[in-house]
Design a protein around this ligand. Structure first.
Ligand SMILES: NC(=O)c1ccc[n+]([C@@H]2O[C@H](COP(=O)([O-])OP(=O)(O)OC[C@H]3O[C@@H](n4cnc5c(N)ncnc54)[C@H](O)[C@@H]3O)[C@@H](O)[C@H]2O)c1
Length: 433
């Protein structure tokens, strides 16, 4: 099939390359010329495991190209909208500028009967509004929310755990058939697919992210209670997680969630619910957000306390900058936030991350970055693990102790074994344990 993908960021670049790797003919469109030049040269503008391989294969096959010119989408029968929906600068709601612009850019080039497929995470009601514009141009609109996880984006795009199609009633069968053809490999593999209306499709995405955020903040709330009672939240999570109705996944207490999705999605959902006069229905999401943000400060406080309140001039090694491992994404990253807060208190922060240093440096040139873990650890008076990269999880407690000036470790992700680290002479502090 001939496809276009508007937006070549974390979602769009992966979607474009993955669809081409499945045999479709794809053009990726993005106004950022530098990004398009990189992608066209087979270079990924961000770190995502597996993306370089499918990108270069798809470019070589001739089935994938990138451009800044929306007119080059004219040939396609199906157009995906995967542009950003960040938090507005002046409030909690989603900034719809990019989605609106992408649709406006596309409309003059739509073939009659083309299908526009929204993938961006949007406030409920967006698809109905955009459908009027798209229909007026003789085309149709579907909403097909994206559930990929950064770090697993290629696999999640090619083998999604479910597909959700929000389609117009009048063209339900026709649009379902087209989307089934786009995703024919996943459909053949028996991937569950839910065909529904626009509003449900839009809500599925924000509901899923709200649930995940709530699960994380729930266990972090338990961590706060554990901290004042001497309980261990990781054992608590193991114990409640054995109940299949609860489940152990996403119950890891720590410094909380971040990234370009969960924080802004729960805020946008709260704002949208308020607009709809149903603010009370999701009022708990404000607490979910607050609990989450409190954990960052808690970790900072623990570090400061370890210096008897005087962190000025003390050498703190911060391991991690990305909001999660296997990503270079620093959007709303708890790790970067902790580093910046400690630096703001006067600590000599030296940060390391296997992939995110370049992005972090652009945003926070005032921080000191080490290009190896050893360089960050050298002379450290406190080590703070804030992103659970494999190489940090696997640090050897004995070997690491020999590199630092003061063996004091803060396990912001509860990924180190306290007994092992204490056994090697460390003062170990986890989150809620
Ligand atoms: N990143 C994820 O893990 C993820 C997962 C699921 C859903 N989403 C959703 O997908 C959407 C995109 O997220 P992202 O992380 O890829 O954002 P991103 O910021 O990485 O990418 C957005 C891209 O859109 C481009 N863009 C802006 N205006 C455009 C226009 N008029 N035409 C074409 N391109 C345009 C930008 O230049 C940028 O490259 C958001 O709604 C997000 O919530 C993201």
């Amino acid at each position: 099939m001939k496809l276009s993908v508007f937006g070549c960021g974390y979602l769009g670049a992966v979607h474009a390359a993955a669809m081409a790797s499945l045999g479709h003919d794809v053009v990726g469109i993005d106004p950022v010329a530098e990004k398009i030049a990189k992608l066209s040269a087979g270079e990924t503008p961000f770190f995502e495991p597996g993306l370089p391989e499918i990108l270069s294969q798809s470019l070589a096959s001739g089935r994938l190209r990138f451009t800044t010119d929306p007119a080059e989408a004219a040939d396609a029968d199906v157009h995906f909208i995967g542009v950003g929906t960040p938090q507005r600068r002046d409030g909690a709601g989603a900034d719809m500028t990019y989605v609106n612009q992408a649709v406006a850019d596309l409309i003059p080039h739509l073939k009659p009967g083309a299908l526009v497929v929204g993938k961006s995470t949007v406030p409920v009601g967006t698809a109905a509004r955009l459908a009027e514009l798209v229909n007026a141009a003789g085309a149709r609109l579907a909403w097909n929310p994206e559930f990929l996880r950064e770090g697993f984006a290629v696999k999640d795009t090619i083998e999604p755990d479910r597909l959700v199609y929000g389609v117009a009633d009048a063209s339900k069968e026709q649009d379902t058939t087209i989307l089934d053809e786009v995703y024919s490999r996943a459909i053949a593999a028996g991937t569950p697919r839910i065909v529904t209306d626009y509003a449900t499709a839009e809500l599925v995405k924000v509901a899923a992210n709200s649930f995940l955020a709530t699960k994380i903040s729930f266990i972090n709330a338990m961590a706060e209670i554990a901290e004042v009672t001497g309980a261990d939240v990781t054992q608590l999570a193991d114990a409640i997680g054995h109940d299949a109705r609860i489940g152990r996944r996403f119950l890891n207490a720590g410094v909380g969630f971040g990234g370009g999705c969960l924080p802004k999605d729960i805020r946008a959902f709260t704002a949208r619910a308020e607009e709809l006069g149903k603010g009370e229905s999701v009022a708990f999401l404000k607490q979910v957000d607050e609990i989450n943000l409190r954990r960052r400060q808690r970790l900072v406080d623990l570090v400061v306390d370890s210096f008897d309140g005087r962190v000025f001039g003390r050498h703190v090694a911060v391991l991690g900058l990305a909001f999660k491992p296997d990503s270079d994404d620093i959007r709303d990253s708890p790790a970067l936030d902790v580093a910046v807060r400690l630096k703001g208190l006067g600590a000599e922060v030296v940060s390391h991350d296997p992939e995110a240093i370049e992005n972090a440096r652009r945003l926070h040139p005032q921080l000191t970055y080490a290009d190896s873990v050893d360089a960050a650890l050298e002379g450290a008076e406190a080590v703070v693990v804030v992103t659970e990269w494999k190489q940090y999880r696997e640090l050897d407690a004995v070997v690491t102790a020999a590199k630092v000036a003061r063996p004091v470790v803060f396990d912001g992700r509860n990924v180190l074994d306290p007994a092992t680290w204490r056994g090697a002479g460390w003062t170990y502090t986890g989150m809620g344990r």
